[in-house]
Design a protein. Structure first.
Length: 54
């Protein structure tokens, strides 16, 4: 029974560490990007095409 309590405490501790790391990342703006790189790439191609046509 002691090993079960130890494993529960270890998993709860690990979950708490990941939660803290997530909150730190969210506070620093790690997840604030609105556009994905694929969408940004398509918008960049349009700007280059406009410059070529001019």
């Amino acid at each position: 029974m002691g090993i079960v309590i130890l494993m529960v405490m270890a998993s709860v501790s690990l979950a708490a560490v990941f939660l803290v790391l997530f909150l730190i990342g969210a506070k620093k703006g790690q997840f604030d990007e609105d556009e994905s790189p694929a969408v940004r790439m398509l918008k960049d191609d349009k700007k280059v095409k406009d410059k070529i046509d001019s």
